[in-house]
Design a protein around this ligand. Structure first.
Ligand code: AVI
Length: 312
């Protein structure tokens, strides 16, 4: 049986149009490149969300209610650096909560736990490895305290339109009334600003995309020539979708040993790599309604580039 990467590469590169899945960007090198992206001036998202946390932490605590015990479940916690601002504040306010970062990767969680224990020694941290829905379902049945779930950093933007509702409905099914969900949405803005964030001048985002071809070379015995693919992000201000493509600059064949396939590329044929959708506040409202939630409040940065939307 094929492993998930091999299976998805086989499906994606034999489909028309061709596509790969951005969830596979994050091998060890991809993690490092994403850290570099977050530090780029042009990638405003990280700083905008950090500003929301720094300036709206008091308001957030008022909304979710700091008097009652809760478990703060962060779906896809990454390095947790932004969340740290909120965790430290909740601690200073003597809130009774435990922090449960959830990730599919044990390795990511171990690193996060180590860092958090060193940086916030009194924090109650309970890392949970596994699928988001399984973890939430488990908490719902085993634990009776309130859940505040976080899905931050515009990760929601990486879902295509047909999958995002399905994802949110599954989260809804695994929460109880009275629980909260806070989602980080990147907002529609000047298309030039958005495009620059995904086509940075140092070429880090280009390397981030090409790294998936490199990963396929290494892990599946393929022979992609990275110099023959061009990084091409496009932004559609109507749908809010920033889509990244790698475009084959010439007609070529690529062999992928692990799936026993030779894939033909026409000159200028694209591989669709990633969607990073931007939302208007009205669309956030509609998405919440369509998936059984209601928006309690949107917390914005001063330039309204980003919204952390609190739902119930
Ligand atoms: C992880 N995710 C929210 C990032 C984004 O903005 O869509 C991934 C990324 N892709 C290119 N740059 C950053």
């Amino acid at each position: 049986m094929l492993d998930p990467l091999a299976r998805d590469v086989k499906i994606g590169l034999t489909s028309q149009p061709k596509r790969l899945y951005s969830k596979y960007f994050y091998d060890a090198r991809g993690d490092g490149l994403f850290q570099q992206i977050m530090a780029l001036e042009e990638y405003y998202l990280t700083r905008a969300e950090l500003e929301v946390f720094q300036t709206q932490k008091e308001r957030l605590l008022q909304i979710i209610g700091g008097e009652e015990t809760f478990q703060l479940v962060e779906l896809g916690a990454g390095d947790g650096q932004k969340t740290k601002v909120l965790l430290e504040y909740f601690q200073q306010q003597n809130v009774d909560f435990s922090y449960c970062p959830v990730d599919i990767s044990e390795n990511v969680l171990q690193q996060l736990e180590k860092r958090m224990r060193a940086e916030i020694p009194d924090l109650t941290i309970k890392p949970l490895a596994g699928d988001y829905f399984d973890v939430l379902a488990d908490l719902k049945f085993k634990n009776h305290s309130k859940t505040v779930a976080f899905f931050l950093g515009s990760n929601i933007g990486n879902f295509l339109a047909d999958k995002v509702q399905q994802f949110l409905v599954s989260i809804h099914d695994n929460l109880r009334s009275g629980d909260y969900l806070m989602i980080g949405f990147d907002l529609k803005k000047d298309p030039k600003t958005i495009l620059k964030a995904y086509n940075d001048s140092k070429g880090v985002t280009k390397a981030f995309n090409l790294n998936l071809l490199k990963r396929i070379n290494n892990e599946l015995g393929a022979n992609f020539d990275l110099d023959k693919f061009q990084h091409n992000p496009v932004y559609d201000p109507q749908t809010g979708e920033c889509r990244s493509y790698l475009v084959s600059t010439e007609e070529q064949e690529v062999t992928i040993a692990a799936i026993e396939k030779t894939v033909h590329f026409d000159a200028w044929e694209p591989i669709f790599m990633e969607v990073s959708k931007k939302y208007a506040p009205k669309e956030i409202e509609e998405l919440a309604q369509a998936t059984g939630f209601k928006v309690v409040e949107n917390l914005y940065d001063s330039q309204k580039r980003f919204a952390d939307s609190v739902w119930q």
